[in-house]
Design a protein around this ligand. Sequence first.
Ligand code: PLP
Length: 406
Amino acid sequence: MALVNDNFLRLPGSYLFAEIAQRVSTYKTAHPSHKVISLGIGDVTRPLAPAVIKALQDATVEMASEKTMRGYAPYYGYDFLLDAICKNDFAQYNIPIGTDEIFVSDGAKSDTGNIGDILSTDNVVAVTDPVYPVYVDTNVIAGRAGTLTDERWSRIEYLPCTAANNFTPELPSRHVDIIYLCYPNNPTGTTLSKTELKKWVEYAAKNDAIILYDAAYEAFITEKDVPHSIFEIEGAKEVAIEFRSFSKTAGFTGVRCGYTVIPKDVKALSADGKKVSLGELWKRRQSTKFNGTAYIVQRAAEAVYSPEGKGQIRETIDYYLENAKIIQTGLEKAGHKTFGGINAPYIWLQTPKGQSSWEYFDFLLNQLQIVTTPGSGFGKSGEGFVRLTAFGNRAETIEAVERIVK
Ligand code: PLP
């Protein structure tokens, strides 16, 4: 009989969101008249920008005519989008990234998950804790994680991010080859300053390591010293790969578009000791396993960079950031300790009186009818926190905060 990839069987079930859904459903069944408000959602709720809708409509009309319809898209993206990305996300900030170093895709989840295809299973991986679960689970699937004991995989190096270290991970105590960093961070909503990020670039250069930098929440940055791209840091073009997404930037969670930047000088060793360009390997990987992002979607992404698009998208991001401020100010007023929320749509709330994440989740659900996400679901160091998101609608966000303040 054929054999399965046993690594899938090693994965713990997707316990977190299933368990949340179960508890919310039980509560709603028992209290059908109560209004439950979710501050737990990690998905956008505002509609797409009018400029994006117009681009989708125009591109759809093009697909209706024999003369203008498009078939398979180029594997790495249409030039019109690569040019727009290059100009607006990099050249504008004096970051010299070429269009041949950018790879358009259907989103950052796929890219952060798939990047492991081009890296040896012998690499030692480091992740921050708490962490976006995709980084860990995809390494488990690849067979890079070892065995699971007490919520820790034996071959993964965990970098705790706690209130005690101001959510700034310390450099690993043993050699690691691959480092996942996500800033602004999901779930904590915190950031790294340029000085802090520089330490990681220097570590990677010194240790021949590669940084996988997930900047999916870059658009939410409001503070000056927070880098928008790891390539703002000197030397990063030799050691880092950056992932970007239009999902939270422009509400594309249901449209699907993102991109990955792999500068030409990012290299790793082959088994016979040769330095190999990771960009070249990624090209090979994508052209083998991916058939390009839809034309209409890439036209929609291009519209994000139009003058109207930029303005409309800014309004939506500001809307979410205002929600974040309302949540944070309200919680602080009620005597709670919070982190994040200034450069990110996430607020990381320390549970009061030493309650566990799940105890406080239950309290908020059962007493105040508010849904959150227990921090322990993102890793051991998330215990004692819950994550609140700013992606809800304004009126409900205000109502939820009022319930907590009262
Ligand atoms: N990276 C992080 C840190 C995320 O939180 C998310 C979505 O929640 C993603 C990537 C996924 O982005 P995309 O929608 O582009 O796949």
